[in-house]
Design a protein around this ligand. Sequence first.
Ligand SMILES: Nc1ncnc2c1ncn2[C@@H]1O[C@H](COP(=O)(O)OP(=O)(O)O)[C@@H](O)[C@H]1O
Ligand SMILES: [Mg+2]
Length: 441
Amino acid sequence: MTAVEFDTRAIRPGGLFVALPGERVDGHDFAAAAVAAGAGCVLAGREVDAPAVVVPPVPGRRTDTYLAATDPDGHGAAVLAALARLAGHAVAELPRCTVVGITGSSGKTSTKDLLAAVLAPLGETVAPPGSFNNELGLPWTALRAGESTRHLVLEFSARGAGHIAALAAAVPPRIGVVLNVGSAHLGEFGSTAAIAEAKGELVEALDDDGVAVLNADDPAVAAMGIRTRARVVLTGRHPNAHVRAEDVAVDAGRARFTLVAPGGSAPVALRLVGEHHVGNALAAAAVALELGATPDAVAHALSLAEPASRWRMELTERPDGVTVVNDAYNANPESMRAALSALASIGAGRRTWAVLGRIGELGAGSDAAHVQVAQDALAHGVDELVAVGAPEYGAPRDAPDVDAALELLRAELRPGDVVLVKASRAAGLERLAAGLLEGAR
Ligand SMILES: Nc1ncnc2c1ncn2[C@@H]1O[C@H](COP(=O)(O)OP(=O)(O)O)[C@@H](O)[C@H]1O
Ligand SMILES: [Mg+2]
């Protein structure tokens, strides 16, 4: 409805330009340019040379936003807080729009994409592009919802305690999904108990007319049932789950299962790669069933859903018969294990390569976690383990950087090989995956 943008190139006539101090530039310096480009007004944290609503930093207000490093005076935090309130007011004006929040250590974006696909036939659905899930991306997405929107799907991320609570207070979800509690950002949180505490803030924010969709297969998530006033719907393979996967089978990395729900059962065959998507699909199914879909319709939509966000288990067959699995978007130990298991399934009877870069933000246990991943790779029967600039794996081979890894792989890959490329985003392995596919499409 409202055109709210933080990038002058995206401004539309009459839109609101949100000025934020970023890593490379400070949006406040572009206020006049934004107005020249058609913005009607600027939301700013300090005076700018354009018509603006200037919000002052409030003492004591949370300043540990994703901007922290570039926001010493809290101007950005003030702007983000104002943006969140604006989004909250705008969404509150849309009584026919159901807000669904998704959190978890892994799978938020995949689940968001699955859910958007499953909800689309039920009515207009607004979901973030990519992984817009922080103090900027979440309200920005929420401000995309309008009169005709029936579902607003939001991804809630957290780098610390209180982050999800603040976002959920601004734009309260009616349905909250918690996928899993893993070790993503363990370094910042300190312990997995602290991560569970933070993820659970989403279901604490639900009202008693809300629904908490909780993963019955993850004890730390199932335990969140007592932290919410909302009705709890359990998902998973666990026999107690209300929305369940039975007879799960994995073929060439893709899972098939029977979706079993109180309203009936239906077969699902996922196109997404990786058995871990079973849990994501069940969460999406549970939400859609709450919102009036039938099990048949849900199973059908899940089975048609293609990967929507890039670099997540993106599978490409090269003309020479080499299969490249690009999962370079990010990594934590759980998603590494999920990817290695998928590699083993895709590569059954073929030579498999795990080309892995560093997993960031693991804190004190980082080295041990890398060694554990290397052991998991071997346990999954991976034939060739190549670390890229990551000696902490203790891998048989360690290419110092992406170029060296490319050279090694170009020399050694043979028709029929399957190569998984995965690391935390900072490792930049998407360039390696692109290099492997050069001229192959
Ligand atoms: N339920 C899950 N359990 C483990 N790993 C997962 C799960 N869902 C997705 N992944 C993997 O985690 C990585 C990130 O997936 P994504 O959907 O972008 O999650 P998020 O948005 O939470 O970061 C990908 O490598 C993906 O294959
Ligand atoms: Mg994400």
